[in-house]
Ligand binder design. Structure first.
Ligand SMILES: NC(=O)c1ccc[n+]([C@@H]2O[C@H](COP(=O)([O-])OP(=O)(O)OC[C@H]3O[C@@H](n4cnc5c(N)ncnc54)[C@H](OP(=O)(O)O)[C@@H]3O)[C@@H](O)[C@H]2O)c1
Length: 231
């Protein structure tokens, strides 16, 4: 948990009582979780200056109220409340707790109606735990862009949690995908299905004369003012 905002050293191990599920809740024994860019930003209040006060109001003004970070998990259901009908003890699940957090723990209770689903058996706990934060964010923004089959999309930050999910989901929708990442990740982004890759350490996509139907900026380094000539 963490009791103050700051660098990774504010995190420490602690003992906490095991939670008990309410009637509509499941108790999950967590087997895997992730450290996302979102966790790091919340821990350090690393947001644009104007948003910091708003974030403090939400998370706790002088210190965090929710002391356990972690937005996604995979694990096994240990017990269920008496009104739960979708899951049973022993089910393996993965889940997204989002801003409610609490996944850097051994146990977490969630309502059966929250973002929790059965884990496909062919995914490891680690693979499943890493799906939902990037996946839900990418899908949300691709839907807002109303992506269609045959369209061209450039994904800035295609090797990150959000960008790699965006690359795979955009391919699923039938788009022609160009992924932007660093040299070391070019082959991996291609293995996700990207049709073209651009190394941002060697080439500025805004200067190569190519145009795209959609530019998906998962980094923040390609705002509209910089990217509009490539649209
Ligand atoms: N609004 C929301 O709902 C929401 C939700 C989730 C995330 N976010 C935000 O979205 C951002 C990305 O999150 P994430 O979890 O995907 O982060 P991440 O996993 O750390 O990935 C960062 C990506 O940025 C790339 N990158 C770094 N510098 C770059 C540059 N100059 N040009 C192009 N790409 C560059 C990295 O490429 P290499 O590793 O190859 O260098 C990597 O692909 C974060 O700021 C996060 O807070 C917002």
């Amino acid at each position: 948990e963490y009791n103050q905002y700051g660098p990774p050293s504010v995190l420490h191990l602690t003992e906490a009582p095991k939670p008990f599920p309410r009637d509509n809740e499941i108790l999950i024994k967590i087997r895997a979780t992730t450290v996302t860019a979102g966790d790091c930003r919340l821990r350090a209040l690393n947001v644009p200056f104007g948003f910091r006060t708003l974030l403090r109001l939400f998370l706790g003004f002088s210190r965090p109220r929710r002391r356990v970070l972690g937005m996604e998990l995979a694990g096994d259901i240990e017990s269920v409340g008496k009104a739960v009908s979708k899951f049973k003890p022993g089910d393996s699940v993965f889940a997204y707790s989002g801003i409610d957090m609490g996944c850097y723990a051994e146990y977490k209770c969630m309502s059966e109606d929250e973002a929790v689903v059965l884990k496909p058996p062919n995914l490891s706990y680690q693979e499943a735990a890493a799906l939902s934060y990037g996946g839900t964010t990418a899908l949300n923004f691709l839907n807002r862009a109303q992506i269609k089959s045959g369209e061209t999309i450039l994904i800035n930050g295609a090797s990150g949690a959000v960008g790699s999910a965006a690359a795979e989901i955009a391919k699923h929708f039938g788009a022609e995908v160009t992924g932007v990442c660093s040299t070391v990740n070019l082959a991996w982004v291609q293995s996700l299905g990207a049709d073209h890759v651009i190394d941002y350490t060697k080439e500025d996509f805004t200067g190569n004369g190519k145009k795209y139907d959609i530019i998906f900026d998962a980094v923040g380094s390609a705002p509209y003012s910089r990217s509009k000539t490539s649209l």
